[in-house]
Design a protein around this ligand. Structure first.
Ligand SMILES: Cc1cc2nc3c(=O)[nH]c(=O)nc-3n(C[C@H](O)[C@H](O)[C@H](O)COP(=O)(O)O)c2cc1C
Length: 129
């Protein structure tokens, strides 16, 4: 089994990465492999609701969302990590998740395995040795 994780922070190796790694290392103890994909530091476009994905199975913006869709084909579960920005997830990960509308259209059953992981900085620092 393999779980694909998204680090929704603009910091590649920040608290969100640390939180996801902790989750991943726990999964490993149960024989579940994991991979962390970084969302990157550039803006992530929101969903245009153009419905092109209904025809092509891909988003018109050929970026991290399509990369995730491709990698995700071989994965059994997904974890989305985000720093808390004003008591919510970041704009980038919110746009990313909006655009997973493609999943809803192409693989509706897989959405059942989605888990939202919010990163609370104080708690993460507390866990560090
Ligand atoms: C624009 C912005 C808004 C934030 N809002 C909150 C918040 O509402 N609550 C909170 O606890 N931390 C907030 N933070 C702090 C981040 O959640 C915290 O630094 C987090 O650990 C960053 O994760 P990262 O290292 O993976 O980027 C905010 C940070 C930024 C830049």
């Amino acid at each position: 089994m393999k779980v694909l994780m998204i680090n929704g922070s603009p910091h590649k190796n920040g608290s969100t990465y640390t939180a996801l790694t902790i989750v991943g290392e726990e999964l490993k103890k149960y024989g579940v492999d994991y991979e962390i994909m970084w969302i990157g530091a550039k803006p992530v476009s929101g969903c245009l609701a153009c419905s092109t994905c209904k025809q092509t199975g891909k988003c018109v913006f050929d970026d991290i969302v399509n990369e995730f869709m491709e990698k995700g084909k071989d994965c059994d579960g997904f974890v989305f990590g985000s720093p808390v920005y004003y008591a919510s997830a970041t704009g980038q990960i919110t746009s990313f998740l909006d655009r997973l509308f493609i999943l809803l259209i192409t693989q509706p059953k897989r959405l059942n395995s989605v888990l939202f992981q919010h990163c609370l900085p104080a708690k993460i620092k507390h866990l560090e040795p």
